[in-house]
Write a protein that binds this ligand. Structure first.
Ligand code: ADP
Ligand code: AMP
Length: 214
């Protein structure tokens, strides 16, 4: 099963993608996580990506597309995957479609997690990410057992630089301009499914299971 998560930054793509990956035993591939791991490890890619991410801008397609096409070609992705944060532009979607076409494959579901802009700023200002394992929490909606400490690995939880309110508005503008057109793109490809992302995390997930099947 090949799945794409669509939706604004902070809509809950990563939260749902992790649960989908676990239920259907497929890898969760997040381009944001890949870039953040590269930044942490001080790689050339990380240095380049950081300059865009800190400004709330998208990392250029030429640094992103090959990376994803390589990743989905690995053995663990043979039975499918859930892509979170990719594609984010029409050229990225076209690159993905072309790479899949070459192998006679296609995306089965593009799940659009719908959350209005006015909810997004709250979501992002309350998001906390683990410096150790990348797990994500929310101070109100999905709080860790102990404040500031990751339940999974005991790492320190921080507010991402790009989740500060001044950057969030920029990221939302970028989303509407560059990423939202993908809803129509995957609608035309007959892969689009929509869920109401303003509901509780568990309710959103059960709606997604209804789409994907038990
Ligand atoms: P995205 O991957 O789309 O950027 P996340 O999955 O990281 O978004 O979610 C953004 C923030 O909102 C996180 O702090 C997460 O815990 C919280 N969150 C996710 N889904 C919901 C929901 N349905 N209701 C309330 N908060 C949510
Ligand atoms: P995310 O973790 O998905 O919210 O992504 C964090 C940031 O990483 C984004 O704001 C972008 O700067 C960058 N990024 C992640 N995925 C992509 C992508 N597919 N194309 C371009 N930039 C990306």
């Amino acid at each position: 099963m090949k799945i794409i998560m669509l939706g604004a930054p902070g809509a809950g793509k990563g939260t749902q993608a992790k649960q989908i990956a676990s239920k259907y035993s497929i890898p969760h591939i997040s381009t944001g996580d890949i870039f953040r791991a590269n930044i942490k490890n001080g790689t050339e890619l990380g240095k380049k990506a950081k300059s865009y991410m800190d400004q709330g801008l998208l990392v250029p397609d030429e640094l992103t597309c090959d990376l994803v096409v390589d990743r989905i070609s690995q053995d663990d992705a043979a039975a499918g995957y859930v892509l979170d944060g990719f594609p984010r532009t029409i050229p990225q979607a076209e690159a993905l479609t072309e790479a899949l076409n070459k192998r006679g494959e296609k995306i089965d579901y593009a799940i659009n997690v719908e959350v209005p802009d006015e909810n997004i700023v709250n979501r992002m200002s309350g998001r906390r990410a683990c410096l150790g394992c990348g797990a994500t929490y929310h101070v109100v909606f999905n709080a860790p057992k102990k404040e500031g400490i990751c339940d999974s690995c005991g790492g320190e939880l921080v507010l991402r630089d790009d989740d500060k309110p001044e950057t969030v508005q920029k990221r939302l503008n970028v989303y509407h301009e560059q990423t939202q057109p993908l809803i129509e793109y995957y609608g035309k490809a007959d892969a689009l499914a929509e869920v109401d992302g303003t509901q509780d995390i568990d309710v959103v997930f059960s709606d997604i299971i209804k789409i994907l099947g038990e």
